[in-house]
Design a protein around this ligand. Structure first.
Ligand SMILES: Cc1cc2nc3c(=O)[nH]c(=O)nc-3n(C[C@H](O)[C@H](O)[C@H](O)COP(=O)(O)OP(=O)(O)OC[C@H]3O[C@@H](n4cnc5c(N)ncnc54)[C@H](O)[C@@H]3O)c2cc1C
Length: 394
């Protein structure tokens, strides 16, 4: 579609969350514009597996299925994980989940961020109902009674009945709309790498709580694992400067050699960790979704899954309002979205924060508590099902 300038909805930011919303709304017959500063780097099967991967919950896979992109993602490269093993370095408790316990084929899938972004971007480009403004950035915004207008850095302007900010953790649009955030800097970094182990990954996602942080091993389709090792900043500095042999030895010990020794690693990268929650999700003719609204600790692998649940909820609210001929971007309509999603996202952000605090402590009374907590959840079937359902997005 060639760019014009008035739309039903303008989505700012075409990361995984913004792109999914634009496609969902276009499928439902809304006029959609997308503003994105950078097209994602193309994904090619012959390239090394992207260092950034996400654990996608079944609810996210279902959403991608409805957008007709899930088949392409799975056909390209995705690894289903059927089991999850959680245990603690300081206490004997453990938590085991098995897809077979619920009659499911998988608990979730590990997929490269770049692959998801590439497939969604292709779908955006091929969707004749979506106007793509790329490369372009929003430099100013103003509202009138029934629309919001965005001034772009290429001189164009886009006006829509609803603008959705999906421009990530440092959302410029959120700042322009005067929405404050509450932040907590964990003073930790997540080290990521792909590693080969003596034994293949057993289609299992592993998570070990360590004094001062967490270590996840997520299965890749080629038998290796993608690690996310969250450690205090100074420790991250140290681990990043180790040579590969020393790093593999320390990683193997931190993982309790569950898959034998670590035999090889890719280069490592590190990401600073913080919690950031927007104080509100709405401004006149504007809604926040995804990391623009909430950034959570990655220990539960839920960030993008929460963002995709925002997509499903916002789309449902807009579609319902339009079907009864109400203004779909009226504040009363958007409040329903905010009420439902803000409570779920805040609960998740604060639960991960609490888990992080308890398990980051090496104090002896805490160690007792953490072991007992894992053991209790593992033994009480309804409680365990609750955890599994939440992780699956049900
Ligand atoms: C180490 C680590 C591991 C993680 N593991 C998991 C996991 O296993 N499972 C999970 O669910 N989540 C995980 N996450 C979280 C997940 O990566 C994020 O929640 C997710 O990427 C957020 O997607 P988004 O589309 O909201 O934002 P982003 O991916 O940040 O996308 C924002 C988009 O907006 C664009 N943009 C930026 N500025 C502007 C602007 N001014 N105007 C227009 N567009 C703009 C950007 O170019 C980008 O395309 C992890 C995070 C980390 C750090």
């Amino acid at each position: 579609m060639s760019p014009r300038n008035t739309y039903d909805v303008a989505v700012v930011g075409a990361g995984m969350v913004g792109a999914a919303l634009a496609l969902t709304l276009a499928c439902e017959g809304f006029d959609v514009a997308v503003v994105e500063p950078r097209a994602p780097a193309p994904w090619r099967v012959e390239d090394e597996v992207d260092l950034r991967v996400v654990a996608l919950a079944p609810s996210s896979a279902q959403l991608f299925g409805r957008l007709d992109v899930w088949k392409s993602i799975v056909a390209a490269r995705a690894c289903a994980y059927r089991r999850m093993r959680v245990w603690d370095a300081l206490a004997p408790g453990k938590l085991d989940f098995d897809a077979a316990d619920n009659g499911a084929a998988a608990l979730g899938w590990i997929v490269e961020n770049r692959l998801i972004q590439h497939v969604l971007w292709q779908a955006l480009q091929n969707d004749g109902r979506i106007a793509l403004h790329c490369p372009a950035k929003v430099v100013a915004t103003e509202t009138s009674a029934d629309r919001r207008t965005l001034a772009l850095d290429d001189g164009a302007s886009v006006s829509a009945r609803l603008v959705v900010a999906a421009d990530g953790a440092d959302s410029a649009l959120r700042s322009m709309a005067g929405i404050a955030t509450r932040d907590r800097d964990y003073a930790q970094r997540a080290i990521v790498a792909h590693v080969a182990t003596e034994r293949a990954n057993e289609s299992t996602a592993w998570q070990r709580f360590l004094p001062g942080g967490t270590l996840a091993f997520l299965p890749l389709a080629d038998g290796r694992s993608s690690i996310v090792w969250s450690v205090p900043n100074a420790e991250a500095e140290r681990l990043l400067t180790l040579d590969d042999a020393r790093f593999c030895a320390e990683l193997g010990a931190a993982f309790d050699f569950r898959l034998g020794t670590i035999t090889a690693t890719t280069p490592r990268a590190a990401f600073p960790l913080r919690m950031r929650v927007a104080e509100r999700y709405l401004a006149p003719r504007l809604a926040l979704i995804g990391d623009a609204a909430h950034v959570v600790h990655p220990l539960a692998g839920q960030g993008v899954n929460l963002g995709l649940r925002d997509v499903a909820e916002l789309a449902a609210v807009l579609i319902a309002a339009r079907s009864v001929k109400r203004d779909f971007a009226a504040e009363s309509t958007l409040r329903q979205f905010e009420r439902r999603r803000r409570s779920d996202n805040a609960l998740s952000a604060h639960s991960f924060d609490a888990i992080q605090r308890v398990f980051a402590s090496a104090a002896i009374p805490m160690a007792g508590l953490r072991g007992a907590a894992l053991a209790v959840v593992d033994r009480i079937a309804p409680l365990k099902r609750l955890f599994a359902d939440h992780a699956a997005g049900r």
